[in-house]
Design a protein around this ligand. Structure first.
Ligand SMILES: [Mg+2]
Length: 269
């Protein structure tokens, strides 16, 4: 297990309020110069934010509205994509998981989350160090700071905006549960978007340039399938002591030491 031991002089910094400027032509110019060498793909639930139980509640509500009774069926949601969660519920209920059925339930869950933003804001929170860390990394011009999440794109954007984290993330490059129900395919989706948006023929982004940062064994499986490195964080369902045995490049209890985590993710650049 590697920890944040890499020592360097720190990344080149620009004011974080200039990050938006770096999303456009300026960042593309850096890409053409081969300066963008890292794609950071943050999981959302259990890693950046605790959504106050709303993430799971909206699926229960959508399924109860459609089928009346979940018969005490409970699906472990951590690390799974939103369409995967819906399909597993339908399977447990004995309902065929037709594409239209899954889509309708996902839309109902999205409406439920949008209607519950105020409750999410009150009940939920970001994890220690997360805003500071994202702000710091967003100011590093060598990095594309984005997400890889099982949330649909709508749910992802809503959760991140609710806790004020979207300002530091390039969400056009992210990969989402709405892109593929199979999380293990999502690193390639994000890499493709990164290349498309900031591609450089001379030095294209490679899987080795990507880090997946998440809180479950499924985040690690996703990183491995895509050839990315993986940092696991013990703030979700699984404690760091349990995640430590899985063989990720690094495991931390939480993201509170923003300096050490930033060095871990960028120290070899
Ligand atoms: Mg998670």
């Amino acid at each position: 297990m590697r920890t944040g031991v890499i020592d360097n002089e720190g990344p080149p910094r620009v004011g974080s309020n200039q990050f938006a400027c770096l999303q456009g032509d300026a960042r593309r110019s850096l890409a053409l110069a081969g300066m963008i060498r890292r794609l950071l793909l943050w999981d959302i639930d259990g890693t950046l934010v605790h959504a106050g139980g709303m993430g799971g509640q909206v699926f229960d509500d959508a399924l109860i509205a459609a089928y009346g009774d979940l018969r005490e069926i409970r699906i472990v949601m951590s690390g799974k994509t939103d369409p995967q969660i819906v399909r597993e519920y339908l399977e447990a209920l004995g309902v065929p998981a037709e594409a239209a059925t899954v889509a309708a339930l996902l839309e109902a869950a999205e409406r439920g989350l949008a209607a519950g933003v105020d409750r999410m804001k009150v009940r939920g929170h970001t994890y220690p160090g997360v805003p500071e860390l994202l702000e710091r990394l967003a100011g590093d011009e060598r990095i594309i700071n984005s997400v890889l999440t099982g949330n649909t794109v709508a749910n992802a954007k809503l959760k991140l905006a609710t806790f004020g984290l979207d300002r530091w993330l390039d969400l056009d490059v992210g990969a989402y549960g709405s892109d593929d129900a199979d999380r293990t395919r999502l690193v390639e989706v994000a890499l493709g978007r990164g290349r498309e948006r900031y591609g450089s023929a001379g030095s294209p982004l490679t899987p080795g340039d990507a880090w997946v940062i998440g809180d479950t064994p499924l985040d690690l499986a996703c990183a491995r399938a895509g050839g990315a490195r993986c940092l696991l964080v013990g703030t979700g369902r699984y404690p760091a002591s349990e995640l430590g045995a899985l063989g990720a490049e690094a495991v931390v209890e939480n993201l509170a030491d923003a300096d050490a985590v930033a060095k871990l993710l960028t120290g070899d650049l």
